[in-house]
Design a protein around this ligand. Structure first.
Ligand code: 6GU
Length: 246
């Protein structure tokens, strides 16, 4: 996967791609990331990238010309064949499903908008997709772009050690994850659940599944509607409902 990230603040990305899984994915050649400063594509002595909004009002608006020029220069004859994603609060809300869909591309362009706004012509005639990472206000699309790169990279075959690992993650299965413990067996009087020390693998699998179901039922019952559930899962959830009533 190749990511082209267009931003007015390339410095914000320093470090994020240089540790842990992203670092290893890049070292293995599974992911390449190019940061492009939009200002380098602005014309004139001052290389201005924003301007006042037509119609008045506060805030500055990102001008269309430097953003179009950057995408056209970066993509060349690939223009029209690579998704161009604008990070903006009005985009579709990013989910694991969208991460999976985007991970199947070989190249993605990510445009980081600033919150005050991006000229509407960029939304309409340059972006092929618009993505938000949730219902809260950020100063710009840089952190959202990092979120996309991280979530998508984890799904690229070979990035995580074990090929099945991402599908065990909470949202892939549609449930929150079961609780994890490591040594020591008793920490400040709080013991690790007995079953995990029992060596009974079938019991451990059953306990973890039930814990995942209980956590999801308590905290994110909305997820249960789309989760893939077995008959045993449904029986356990009915038991939880009955316990709640009594
Ligand atoms: Cl993509 N941009 C901004 N500015 N704020 C956000 C966002 C994006 N997603 C959530 N909040």
């Amino acid at each position: 996967m190749h990511f082209d990230i267009l931003t007015l603040f390339p410095g914000l990305f320093a470090g994020v791609f240089e540790e842990s899984i992203l670092k290893r994915a890049r070292e293995a050649g599974l992911v390449t990331i190019a940061l492009h400063n939009i200002r380098d594509y602005a014309s004139g002595r001052h290389r201005i990238t924003d301007d006042l909004p037509y119609g008045g009002g506060g805030g500055m608006i990102m001008k269309p010309e430097p953003i179009f020029a950057a995408v056209e220069a970066i993509l060349g004859d690939q223009l029209g064949r690579v998704p161009v994603i604008l990070l903006t609060p009005r985009g579709r809300t990013f989910t694991q499903q969208i991460a999976r869909e985007l991970s199947r591309q070989r190249r993605l362009v990510l445009i980081c908008g600033r919150y005050e706004g991006v000229d509407e012509r960029v939304h309409q005639y340059l972006a092929t997709d618009e993505v938000s990472i949730g219902d809260y206000v950020l100063s710009g699309g840089e952190i959202p772009a990092m979120v996309l790169v991280d979530a998508i990279t984890r799904l690229i075959p070979g990035v995580l050690g074990e090929p099945t690992a991402p599908f065990e993650d909470s949202y892939a299965e549609g449930l929150l994850e079961y609780p994890h413990y490591t040594r020591p067996p008793v920490f400040r009087g709080h013991a690790v659940p007995e079953v995990l020390l029992s060596g009974n693998h079938a019991e451990i699998v059953r306990w973890r599944r039930q814990q995942a179901l209980r956590l999801t039922w308590e905290r994110r019952p909305d997820l249960l509607e789309r989760a893939r559930l077995t008959d045993a899962d449904r029986a356990y959830l009915r038991q939880l409902e009955d316990e709640r009533k009594s």
